[in-house]
Design a protein around this ligand. Structure first.
Ligand SMILES: [Zn+2]
Ligand SMILES: [Zn+2]
Length: 119
């Protein structure tokens, strides 16, 4: 279903064409633009902005995934060694496509994606 979205700071949308009337919106009183998205994201996720995070096998990772270590990793600044096969669940992507946040044994750590694979 087509709809109309404000390209300004309010991010508003409307089922009918019109102008944005949101106070303080950077596009207040400007025409909303036609949008044909079906996911409700209004194309806000530009292709170039999407950070594709891939594990060692090239499988893309997303928030909440469970990964497993493919090699022993020594934690920086400690003598702890994370063993190959250690599972890290509920990972979080970071702004760096080469790193993911996760928790192991209650400790928040950052893993490099080249050392993990998705379960
Ligand atoms: Zn607006
Ligand atoms: Zn839309």
């Amino acid at each position: 279903m087509e709809h109309y979205i404000c390209k300004g700071s309010c991010g508003g949308s409307s089922p009918e064409i019109g102008i944005c009337e949101t106070n303080e919106c950077t596009s207040q009183w400007e025409m909303m633009e036609e949008c044909h998205c079906s996911d409700g994201q209004h194309g806000k996720v530009d292709a170039e902005d999407v950070v594709v995070v891939k594990d060692s096998n090239g499988t893309s990772l997303s928030d909440g995934d469970t990964v497993v270590l493919i090699k022993d990793l020594k934690l920086k600044g400690s003598s702890t060694v994370l063993k190959v096969g250690t599972k890290a669940s509920n990972i979080r992507l970071t702004s760096n496509p080469e790193e993911i946040d996760c928790k192991l044994g209650g400790t928040a750590i950052v893993l490099r994606v080249e050392f993990v694979k998705k379960l």
